[in-house]
Write a protein that binds this ligand. Structure first.
Ligand SMILES: Cc1cc2nc3c(=O)[nH]c(=O)nc-3n(C[C@H](O)[C@H](O)[C@H](O)COP(=O)(O)OP(=O)(O)OC[C@H]3O[C@@H](n4cnc5c(N)ncnc54)[C@H](O)[C@@H]3O)c2cc1C
Length: 510
């Protein structure tokens, strides 16, 4: 990187900073250094709840039919489905969207989280219903291995992997063996054992590839992934009837939450509160009381029902009176820290594939932000924004808590990215990191078959949405299904009818 060029790299500290993220404002005093923009969750109140802070509940100052806690895609979907009822939705961040949230750089949208959906998922139908036409990805994922870009890794790419012939053969044998497995019939067994059990006897590069792919998609390396997830995924990627049925928008699935908010806000702004951190949800005789902090004040509202669309590690600390078994099942769900680092280039750097896997680096893969519109008539790419997905091991979570730690993560991502393209001079004009401490639950053995059925059991008038209720993989579709189920359960409860039956199935891949 040239020193002159570095002097012109701009950084901006924006968004949630003002609302209290622990950002070192000395960043602002060093504009000539290559510093990334740092944005992310505001967890002050959540950490106080975690640390046992006792909030004295004031008396209820308002009453609603239903309070929805959490304004990610699950909570927003619940609000959308309940728009004919008197709902109140509370979100701790200053914006809607949770893990499906887009940001913009000079009018160019990029992802901070969820990237794509599949055409057979409920998210596809919801997108169409809210007049968002999904755009096809139509490009099998490639990999960059030893500095070489290999398109369609698990298709034709297998013959081109820049490894020795015996390693290439090992990849092919792994694919053949996995495709021959009857994963659907064996689903129950395979959800209970690790994927790595099926990697013995193959080259370690195979495991390395899946240890890259897994954390980005389902939060876990092969030793910690339920085997069914990995096996079904490879069968979808490489089976004889494979079809790339992924769809998205520029910047990914934040387009859905943005549209949901655009639909709801004009009519219901007074019942949609951001920067409202819920600290207690308590069942009373014929209602539920929800206490939250907003504008520095504690408020309590009462409702006939509550939908908890927050992740379970938060839910179990807020909802009072959870049965021990349910609370323990919630506690068993593990979540990885997972920042997304966006590299903003003012010239084309990489447009060869939508999602490219990079084993052996601090980030796992990167996505071209405007991939699905790049060929549209009249479209000109002004900025090549590459979203680097950077799932981290749980023990490294602490490094995201401080701004210097987050900045180090972003710098390491940039360093590794530039090493991949060592022959060219590629300096971004900005580097943005969006950090999240626990956004993606891990698809560990037993999660889908044992923990999730327990965590979603309603507690009288309290219902549990959020993607982590559904499984087997954290998806926007799961978040939407969870909202639909919670709303159905709630309507039955308020109508005095027995709870609706759930169609259980273990043969679902993410
Ligand atoms: C980096 C990344 C990439 C991903 N890629 C994909 C993908 O390509 N495709 C896909 O389908 N899925 C993907 N996912 C998963 C997907 O983003 C999630 O499954 C989905 O967004 C979860 O939505 P949710 O509403 O269930 O939960 P969340 O998004 O976690 O929403 C919960 C909301 O509750 C709020 N909240 C928490 N505590 C409180 C409180 N005390 N009071 C009030 N509000 C509170 C949070 O701020 C948040 O907004 C990805 C996830 C990540 C992190």
């Amino acid at each position: 990187m040239s020193t002159n060029r570095r002097d012109f790299i701009k950084f901006v500290v924006a968004g949630a900073v003002a609302s209290g993220c622990p950002v070192d404002l000395s960043l602002l005093a060093a504009p000539t250094e290559q510093n990334p923009e740092v944005d992310g969750e505001d967890n002050r109140i959540c950490h106080q709840v975690r640390d046992g802070e006792v909030f004295t509940r004031p008396p209820a100052s308002a009453r609603h039919d239903v309070v929805i806690v959490g304004g990610g895609v699950s909570g927003l979907t619940a609000a959308y489905l309940l728009r004919n009822r008197d709902f109140l939705i509370l979100e701790k961040e200053p914006h809607w969207g949770g893990n499906a949230y887009v940001m913009e750089f000079r009018g160019n949208t990029y992802a901070t989280g969820a990237a794509f959906l599949e055409s057979n998922e409920v998210a596809f139908g919801l997108a169409k219903e809210i007049s968002l036409e999904p755009l096809p990805v139509n490009n099998w994922d490639g990999s960059i291995i030893k500095g070489e870009f290999v398109p369609d890794t698990w298709g034709e790419g297998l013959d081109k992997l820049p490894y020795s012939p015996s390693i290439r053969e090992g990849f092919k044998k792994f694919k053949k063996d996995v495709l021959a497995m009857d994963a659907k019939t064996r689903a129950k067994e395979l959800f209970g054992i690790p994927f790595s059990d099926f990697m013995k006897g193959y080259p370690e590069e195979v495991k390395q590839w899946w240890d890259t792919y897994g954390p980005s998609n389902w939060g876990a390396v092969t030793d910690e992934t339920a085997a069914a997830i990995g096996i079904l995924e490879l069968q979808a990627l490489a089976g004889a009837d494979r079809k790339d049925n992924r769809y998205t928008w520029p910047g990914g699935l934040g387009a859905i939450t943005r549209r949901l908010a655009e639909i709801l806000l004009p009519k219901y702004a007074d019942r949609m509160q951001v920067e409202a951190s819920t600290v207690a949800v308590a069942s009373e005789k014929n209602e539920v009381q929800v206490t939250y902090v907003h504008g520095g004040e504690l408020k309590t509202v009462a409702a006939k029902a509550v939908i908890m669309a927050t992740p379970k590690f938060i839910t179990r600390r807020i909802v009072q009176g959870l049965p021990d078994k349910q609370s323990e099942a919630m506690q068993r769900i593990r979540y990885i820290p997972y920042p997304v680092v966006n590299l903003v280039f003012d010239k084309p750097v990489f447009n060869k594939g939508y999602d490219t896997w990079c084993p052996g680096n601090t980030f796992t893969d990167f996505v071209v932000a405007d991939w699905v519109v790049r060929n549209k008539a009249g479209y000109q790419q002004k900025y090549n924004i590459l979203s680097c997905y950077t799932p981290m091991p749980e023990e490294q979570r602490v490094s995201l808590l401080t701004e210097p730690g987050a900045r180090r993560v972003a710098k390491n991502v940039l360093r590794d990215f530039q090493k991949l393209f060592s022959s060219s001079n590629i300096d971004p004009i900005e580097v943005h990191i969006y950090r999240r401490g626990h956004p993606l639950y891990m698809s560990t053995p037993g999660l889908f078959t044992q923990s999730q059925p327990l965590v979603r059991v309603p507690l009288d008038r309290i219902f549990f949405a959020n993607t982590d209720s559904e499984g087997p993989v954290s998806t926007t579709a799961g978040a939407i299904s969870a909202a639909q189920r919670a709303v159905r359960e709630m309507e039955h409860r308020l109508a005095g009818k027995p709870a609706p039956r759930r169609q259980e199935s273990v043969a679902v891949a993410g």
